[in-house]
Design a protein around this ligand. Structure first.
Ligand SMILES: Nc1ncnc2c1ncn2[C@@H]1O[C@H](COP(=O)(O)OP(=O)(O)OP(=O)(O)O)[C@@H](O)[C@H]1O
Length: 231
């Protein structure tokens, strides 16, 4: 579903992504783990078009999307939950969710009812300003907004950052469900090993702008965590 080949990107004259190659199948959850600064966020931004790739290919459902504007990539079915959530603080919960529908391919601007079923707190607080929600509620809003675009594929950058363990677990359960029931492909960048391992079918380790190791959560060896995460 998502095929990335030899992707390169950076800032100024510094190449951060030095040839990332990976693929994620329909219905699969893949985690990317790696130390601070190895390029995980840069990878997310290059995939969604916020950083223009310097080279390489990105294909979504077989369609080449590298170098397209973020809006066009979003309309191709890729949704992004950024690090820090990126919600609109001065807009209501419902308005935030409606922003997500802008990337829908069917032109609908109605927030799907299933988003409120998945996140009951968003239904309860639909008229409240985004900025007044707690961190965990904002993270649910960011995920709900991404899902409002009815994507085929979801990118998440550290969704567990700064939120309570019970919400982290809820997000992990939802990602698994979306993959299993809707066939969504999910690529997740995480520092939180619990979420990164419990939600994933496969785990990729990143170092110096490349994917250097792959494992399944079940077969992962402690030595690998030590080597790539210094744990
Ligand atoms: N806007 C920017 N301009 C210049 N350099 C940047 C910019 N953003 C990131 N970098 C640099 O690119 C490298 C990779 O950063 P990136 O944020 O992708 O890493 P990361 O693996 O996501 O780390 P973290 O877990 O800390 O978010 C780092 O050396 C960082 O300092």
């Amino acid at each position: 579903m998502l095929d990335v080949n030899d992707l390169r990107a950076g800032y100024g004259s510094t190449e951060v992504l030095q040839g990332v190659t990976l693929s994620v199948r329909k219905g699969e959850v893949v985690s990317i783990l790696g130390r601070n600064g190895v390029g995980k966020t840069t990878l997310m931004k290059a995939l969604i078009g916020l950083n223009r790739p310097w080279g390489g290919q990105v294909a979504l459902n077989g369609k080449a999307v590298a170098g397209l504007a973020p809006e066009r990539i979003a309309r191709s079915g890729l949704a992004y939950v950024p690090q820090g959530r990126g919600i609109f603080h001065k807009l209501s919960v419902l308005e935030n969710l409606t922003m997500g529908t802008r990337a829908r391919r069917d032109g609908s601007t109605t927030v799907p009812a299933e988003i409120f079923e998945m996140f009951p707190i968003l239904a309860e607080r639909r008229n409240q300003l985004g900025g007044t929600l707690s961190g965990g509620q904002q993270q649910q809003l960011a995920l709900g907004r991404a899902l409002a675009s009815a994507p085929d594929f979801l990118l998440l950058d550290e969704p567990s950052e700064g939120i309570q363990p019970n919400i982290v677990q809820m997000i992990g359960d939802i990602l698994r469900r979306l993959a299993a029931e809707k066939g969504l492909g999910v690529l997740l960048v995480e520092q939180n090993l619990d979420l990164g391992l419990s939600a994933a079918d496969r785990v990729l380790f990143m170092e110096k702008g490349r994917i250097v190791h792959e494992s399944t959560p079940r077969t992962l060896e402690e030595e690998t965590l030590h080597r790539y995460l210094a744990i």
